[in-house]
Design a protein around this ligand. Structure first.
Ligand SMILES: [Ca+2]
Length: 460
């Protein structure tokens, strides 16, 4: 989503900062820049530490011509705003945080229900990624990105589509470094690695995260309450999401976004089972538009290996599309502003069809179904497809609360390694949670973390 006009800087004063490389004091405008004042998480895993390569001297911001070009471009885009770029991409989750890697999407070949229709509608509003014939060097990183023909062609197309000055794009790409850690982290777990809900749950529903959740809730009670009133999303769901994503801002990622996204956009690992580089090229485009929107320096923004940002780990497209200025201070800041993060999470879920008052899931007390029947029930995966009565007739015993449920349910299976699997009956709101991170385990973990924080909050 585009920021309102009020978020644009006054002419000249702050514009040049958008172009300034990190160490180019000549063009570093004074003023606040979201993303730069955020405290670096001290306890981030070593594997996520950002590289800080020596940078070549750059002439970028000492060139008044293209500094002026951006000024013109920015002014031109005040009214009307430039055409919105692609927003939420269709397949990948917006919050692919290092803390909670997404599970692969499961096939759900069932009829499209209203809730999924809304998700599809949002996806259909996106612009397709700009396609280029990739010509990566044999050794990733051996040729600077700004000197690669494929990257140059992409930058030209982005400039033409968005109005971003080509000189600025080239300068930013000249700063981008191939990041092996991002290329490695994006790979799925080795084939044959059993999923384990119990282990996954234990990572997130644990004393430290619960304590932080209690403190976060206490400190942000008013914003959480307002978000619940405005968007219908319970405080505990928002608390669960921000807790699982970043431990309430402690682990927001230490990859330079321009490095991680450029790496995945143009040097997506060849050994990956699926090439998602087009998705990351779209996100890189959105990232450059975002730093323009928030007047940030592209080389100073840090996030996850997959390009997720801030307290809620929004991808750049999600930030631009769904983030809100929830404390009405005139700018959207998901890096340091908890109220903006809270409102943005709630707005995101509301946009994807969150239903006020609908539980996330019902407990499955037991299943007495033939293997064939169980396979049929699991076919739609996370997509709510069965009435309560249908599930009960098929031998699925649900909790008493489910008897009064009117919507459709999904029988969701969670593997427990070599142990017996767990099952829950997911509602439309369970499905909405998977629009944040396409993983049933993720949806259940945020739900249970939030519930546990709420329970302890009521006890204490
Ligand atoms: Ca704000």
């Amino acid at each position: 989503m585009n920021l309102p006009d009020a978020d644009w800087p006054q002419p000249a004063a702050a514009l040049t900062c958008t172009l300034a490389p990190a160490r180019s004091a000549a063009c570093s405008a004074a003023g606040d820049r979201p993303g730069t004042g955020r405290s670096a998480p001290a306890s981030a895993p070593a594997s996520t530490q950002a590289r800080t390569p020596a940078r070549r001297p750059r002439a970028a911001c000492h060139l008044p011509t293209w500094c002026a070009a951006l000024l013109l471009a920015a002014c031109a885009s005040r009214a009307p705003q430039p055409a919105p770029g692609p927003a939420q991409p269709p397949a990948p989750a917006p919050a692919a945080s290092a803390a909670a890697p997404a599970e692969p999407a499961s096939a759900a070949a069932v009829q499209v229900r209203p809730i999924t229709a809304r998700a599809a509608e949002l996806a259909a509003q996106t612009l397709p990624p700009i396609e280029v014939a990739l010509t990566p060097p044999a050794q990733p990183g051996s040729v600077p990105y700004d000197q690669r023909a494929d990257v140059q062609a992409w930058a030209d197309a982005v400039a033409a589509r968005t109005g971003l000055p080509i000189e600025w794009l080239r300068a930013a790409l000249s700063e981008a470094r191939y990041t092996p850690g991002a290329a490695k982290a994006i790979l799925p777990a080795p084939a044959g690695t059993p999923k384990n809900w119990a282990a996954y749950r234990a990572r997130f529903i644990e004393p430290r995260r619960i304590r932080s959740g209690l403190a976060f809730w206490q400190a942000n009670e008013a914003a959480l309450q307002r978000a619940e009133q405005q968007y219908g999303v319970p405080a505990e769901i928002i608390v669960g999401i921000i807790g699982v994503e970043t431990l309430y801002g402690e682990h927001t990622g230490r990859f330079r976004l321009v490095d991680a996204l450029t790496t995945l956009a143009f040097d997506y690992p060849r050994e990956a089972p699926r090439d998602r580089s087009a998705f990351f090229r779209a996100e890189l485009e959105q990232f450059f538009l975002l730093v323009r929107d928030i007047h940030a320096n592209p080389v100073e923004i840090q996030g996850s290996y997959a390009g997720a940002l801030g307290l809620p780990q929004f991808m750049p497209s999600s930030w631009r599309r769904h983030a809100v200025d929830f404390d009405a201070d005139g700018r959207v800041d998901l890096f340091t502003n908890a109220a903006d993060a809270i409102g943005s999470v709630a707005h995101y879920l509301a946009e994807y069809g969150w239903q006020r008052g609908l539980p996330v899931r019902h407990a499955v007390r037991g299943i007495d179904a033939s293997p064939a029947e169980l396979t049929r029930l699991l076919g739609p995966d996370i997509v709510p497809s069965f009435t309560v009565q249908e599930l009960q007739r098929s031998g699925v015993a649900l909790d008493a609360q489910a008897a009064s449920a009117s919507g459709l349910l999904a029988l969701v299976k969670l593997e427990n390694g070599t142990g017996a699997p767990s099952y829950v009956a997911g509602t439309d709101n369970f499905f909405v949670l998977t629009r944040y991170n396409q993983s049933a385990m993720y949806a259940l973990a945020v739900t249970e973390l939030g519930e546990e924080v709420a329970r302890q909050r009521n006890v204490n």
